[in-house]
Design a protein around this ligand. Structure first.
Ligand SMILES: [Zn+2]
Length: 65
């Protein structure tokens, strides 16, 4: 399974593009808004995809009725 985890800054939406966010130094700061690591939260691509497909199925079901 190619499950990719990304980290996104909640303040400005910047997506962390390094190797492993958990290994970044505690002094790491968002290059866009300069907030510290506390502003970043984990997101899973696989989770996002599942949510999207469930939503499509739900909409399709409504159309049939
Ligand atoms: Zn930011």
């Amino acid at each position: 399974m190619d499950k990719k985890t990304i980290y996104i800054c909640d303040i400005c939406g910047y997506v962390y593009d390094g190797e492993d966010f958990s290994k970044e130094d505690e002094s790491y700061r968002c290059p866009l808004c300069d907030h510290d690591k506390e502003a970043f939260h984990e997101r899973s691509f696989e989770h996002e995809v599942n949510l999207a497909s469930n939503e499509y199925h739900h909409v399709h079901h409504i159309d049939e009725n």
